[in-house]
Write a protein that binds this ligand. Structure first.
Ligand SMILES: [Zn+2]
Length: 258
C-alpha cells in the first residue's frame, strides 16, 4: 500500500461504521481530502485527539482502493485559542464549513490553505474585540476566501460598463455583481465608500455598524449565489452572535451604571 504525508487542516468529521471516523481535511498541495480513520471511537485510539475539527496536523495517509486511510497524525497547531471562546469557535467552524464548500479534491489549494491558517491564527487573538468587530472581520475573511476561489466580483471594475468603479456610488446586485449605483437593477443595495474601503484594505471604519450591515448582507448574498445549499452552521453563528451581543450590552449597561 502506498503512503504519503501532508500538512492539513481538519475541516470536519463524522462517525463512519461502528468504530471508524470519516474525516474531511484540506491539504495545500492535494486539496480537499476525504479520509477514513480506523478505530478512532475507541478510547484507546491514539489518533482520535488529533483529528478534531479546526486542528492543524501532519497526516500520514495510506492510499486505499475505496477510501484513503489515516495511519498517523501529529498535531502541528492545536489552535486552542479558538476553543477558549465559544463565539470564536463557532465563527471558526462556520468559516471552515465555507472552506469545505468552496474547495475541491485533487487540486492545488495552497493559497487557500495559507489564507485560512493565517486567518485562524489571527482569530485566536481576537477575543479582546467586541463580537460585532469579530463578525465584521469574519465577513471580510469570507469575502476574501470567495475571492481567492474566483467567486467574488471585482472591487475595481464595474460589472455592467467595465469602467473603474472609482468614487461613484456603488451597488451590489445578485446577478450583476458590483456596479455603479446608477446602472443597478431594482434588487440591488448600495455600498457606502467606508464599506468598499474596508473590503479593499481592511482598515477598521469609524462607523462599524453601518459597514457591518452592508458587508454582512453582501457576503450573505454572495454565499447564497455561490453555494447550492445554505451553510448548516449559519443559524448557529447567528444565534450565538445575537446571544453574545445581548450579554455584551448588559455588561456595558452595568458598567455605565457603576
Ligand atoms: Zn458601470
Amino acid at each position: 500500500m502506498s503512503t504519503f504525508t501532508t500538512t492539513a487542516l481538519i475541516l470536519r468529521h463524522a462517525d463512519d461504521r461502528e468504530h471508524d471516523k470519516f474525516i474531511v481535511a484540506l491539504s495545500p498541495g492535494r486539496g480537499k481530502l476525504h479520509l477514513r480513520a480506523k478505530g478512532t471511537k475507541k478510547s484507546v485510539s491514539k489518533l482520535s485527539g488529533s483529528l478534531e475539527p479546526v486542528t492543524h496536523v501532519t497526516l500520514t495517509i495510506a492510499k486505499g482502493r475505496r477510501s484513503d486511510l489515516i495511519t498517523g497524525s501529529i498535531i502541528e497547531h492545536r489552535l486552542s485559542g479558538l476553543r477558549q471562546d465559544p463565539f470564536t469557535f463557532v465563527a471558526a467552524q462556520w468559516f471552515l464549513e465555507l472552506v469545505d464548500r468552496v474547495t475541491k479534491a485533487e487540486q492545488d489549494e495552497s493559497r487557500v490553505f495559507a489564507y485560512v491558517t493565517d486567518s485562524l491564527r489571527s482569530m485566536e487573538a481576537e477575543d479582546i474585540l467586541t463580537l460585532g468587530q469579530r463578525w465584521l472581520r469574519l465577513c471580510r475573511r469570507a469575502w476574501q476566501l470567495l475571492d481567492l476561489q474566483g467567486f467574488a466580483p471585482s472591487l475595481q471594475v464595474c460589472a455592467h460598463c467595465h469602467q473603474p468603479l472609482g468614487t461613484e456610488p456603488i451597488a451590489y446586485h445578485s446577478h450583476q455583481g458590483l456596479v455603479h449605483a446608477r446602472e443597478a437593477g431594482i434588487e440591488a443595495f448600495g455600498l457606502d465608500t467606508p464599506t468598499m474601503v474596508y473590503l479593499v484594505d481592511g482598515v477598521s471604519p469609524p462607523d462599524e455598524r453601518t459597514v457591518f450591515r452592508q458587508l454582512h448582507q453582501l457576503v450573505e448574498r454572495l454565499i447564497h449565489q455561490t453555494l447550492d445549499q445554505p451553510l448548516r452552521s449559519e443559524p448557529v453563528l447567528r444565534s450565538m452572535m445575537r446571544f453574545g451581543n445581548r450579554i455584551e450590552r448588559q455588561k456595558y449597561d452595568t458598567l455605565s451604571k457603576t
